[in-house]
Design a protein around this ligand. Structure first.
Ligand code: ATP
Ligand code: MG
Length: 385
């Protein structure tokens, strides 16, 4: 039996939101631990709880045939797992939320973004709050396991696998199930082999600007097709599309987004890397760090208002976060002792950053200039100027 890793911040976020809203949605990729979190919330709930797991066909059928009755009669915490299987539910939840005699709160779990699930759109606007869940964070697993988290990624079973061979088998199985079962389950007609090829190709483009025409040419498919593949992987929380920052600075700016595979373990699996030594000597080593540190930064600070910045002349900033009216800059550098670069000064100046942190794998925080600090990844949650 594997040990359970505590996910305090997520459990707390769920509890707080369930106290505030009639509906809370917990969204994240397959296998990140949504059901486990929901079960933990249910275990601590004072009062009745009920779980509808729509992945079980008898439960799905029951909810399809008499949804109003089942939902309206529910009291306490009502968990609906794999909610994307029954999009009709959202319209039914709305009157329940507005019923002043309501006796239930709803926790909906989903592994596809609602843009992918037809018919959801604005139905529950104003009544729902969202909690995003990714794989394990560095805070959850502990800093002493940073390399393991980076190499294997944050999916609990992948991270906790006893051996590299077991990790590889898990990854193989996850990617195959995703392509052959989960994607068709969302109603997509995309051929698993084509999406799989796109996914592997993206591993080589990890951390680069999105160029649909290039990818379409290399894969010999249409631009529309690669854009569709991209949306499928983004909507299932496996791909990060980081939009470019734009403002009129009188400079020519990069206008395409950057793309990253969100889980570093999947990246490494698709690149055929299973050991730290192989990663350290791989050409995508720096890009891998960049993506890993970026995801940890977004887990710590939230995903909204996050951009990258690039000028056609080559100045770049890996991440710009707009927070409380301030502009924070982050660079992710996989070196032992980061140094300032011209590009950092350009970004500071162009973007009027309050501060710029250079996030690296080491353990020492140090000031490089008044406005640039070298920051160990383990301190990403509290950067301080
Ligand atoms: N905090 C944790 N510590 C240890 N193992 C965990 C933790 N959370 C989840 N797991 C394990 O990871 C696997 C996936 O977890 P879970 O079923 O909760 O994920 P899920 O997001 O609901 O997946 P799916 O989308 O496939 O339903 C399970 O084997 C579970 O035991
Ligand atoms: Mg589940």
């Amino acid at each position: 039996m594997q040990q359970s890793t505590e996910r305090k911040a997520l459990l707390e976020a769920l509890r707080v939101r369930l106290a505030e809203s009639p509906v809370v949605a917990l969204l994240g990729a397959r296998q990140v631990g949504k059901t486990t979190l929901a079960e933990q919330v249910a275990a601590d709930w004072t009062g009745p709880t009920v779980i509808f797991d729509l992945e079980r066909s008898n439960v799905l059928k029951a909810l399809q045939s008499t949804p109003e009755k089942l939902l309206a009669e529910s009291v306490g915490l009502v968990i609906v797992d794999e909610v994307q299987r029954l999009p009709e539910l959202f319209a039914l939840l709305r009157p329940l939320c507005d019923d002043r005699k309501r006796k239930a709160v709803f926790l909906l779990l989903g592994s596809a973004s609602w843009d992918l699930v037809k018919g959801v759109s604005e139905t529950l606007a104003g009544r729902i709050q969202f909690v995003d869940v990714s794989g394990f964070s560095l805070t959850e697993v502990g800093v002493e396991r940073q390399d393991r988290l980076w190499l294997r990624g944050g999916f609990p079973r992948a991270f906790l696998a006893e051996t590299t061979a077991a990790w590889e088998r898990w990854m193989e199985n996850f990617t195959r199930t995703f392509l052959e079962r989960d994607i068709p389950g969302l109603g997509s007609k995309v051929a698993p082999a084509s999406l799989g090829r796109f996914w592997r190709m993206l591993a080589h483009f990890h951390g680069q600007t999105w160029n649909a025409a290039d990818l379409a040419r290399s894969m010999d498919v249409s631009v529309t097709a690669v854009n569709h593949y991209r949306d499928l992987l983004t909507g299932t929380f496996l791909l990060r599309v980081l939009p470019p920052w734009f403002e009129n600075l009188g400079k020519r700016l990069v206008k395409s987004p950057k793309v990253y595979l969100r889980d570093s373990g999947i990246l490494h699996h698709l690149l055929g890397l299973g050991e730290m030594l192989e990663l350290r000597t791989h050409p995508r080593y720096g890009a891998s760090w960049e993506g890993f540190a970026l995801e940890q930064c977004l887990i710590a600070h939230g995903e909204r208002e996050a951009y990258f910045y690039g000028t056609q002349r080559g100045a770049e900033l890996d991440l710009l976060l707009l927070r409380r009216g301030r502009r924070w800059g982050f660079e992710f550098k996989c070196t032992d002792a980061p140094k300032t670069t011209k590009s950092m000064h350009v970004a500071l100046d162009d973007l009027k950053l309050e501060h710029l942190w250079v996030v690296y794998p080491g353990s020492l925080r140090y000031e490089m200039t008044e406005k640039i600090t070298a920051l160990p990844l383990r301190e990403i949650g509290h950067p301080r100027a």
